[in-house]
Design a protein around this ligand. Structure first.
Ligand code: ZN
Ligand code: ZN
Length: 159
């Protein structure tokens, strides 16, 4: 399968290497991408483990897991990655509604490892309600990892 982060590489040649700790992260964008891929593949533990210590104390793997499972994470778009900051949009579907979450995230090294510290959400919006017979909106995103070309929503993400 394609990597959810939109790199166009296979998952096992891309973010899965970080998620399974086979490869260590060398910059924040990799962490951002692999965290999105962990949401997409519903790996709450990795998301929890890559939060900074302070943020970890405020949440649980269980909460993260249920949010990851509630949504279908269809595409990631990186707007900017500079030093410790990554700005991105995550596109997801929940309750047949296409949503965009845009965030400017802060990363930092803790004990020599990159961690997600926090972020400013600059946009969180419902783009539209998806009808079962319309073309699946994932086809509009070049980086959508699970897109089945030209399929209707009911035969693609709405399945
Ligand atoms: Zn990836
Ligand atoms: Zn789709």
């Amino acid at each position: 399968m394609l990597c959810p982060c939109g790199s166009t590489l296979q998952f096992n040649d891309c973010c899965q290497l970080f998620i399974t700790h086979k490869k260590s992260l060398s910059h924040p964008e990799q962490l951002m991408r692999s965290r999105f891929s962990a949401y997409a593949t519903r790996n709450g533990q990795y998301i929890f483990d890559t939060y900074g210590e302070k943020a970890q104390s405020k949440q649980s793997v269980k909460e993260i897991q249920s949010w990851a499972e509630e949504c279908l994470w269809i595409a990631l778009r990186i707007h900017e990655a500079k030093d410790e900051i990554v700005e991105f949009s995550a596109f997801y579907i929940v309750d047949n509604t296409l949503c965009e979450l845009r965030e400017r995230s802060n990363f930092n090294l803790e004990h020599g490892l990159w961690r997600y510290i926090d972020g400013d959400i600059t946009l969180h919006t419902e783009i539209k309600t998806i009808k079962r017979n319309e073309a699946c909106p994932c086809n509009n995103y070049a980086t959508a990892w699970s897109a089945k070309k030209e399929k209707k929503y009911k035969h693609c993400c709405g399945k």
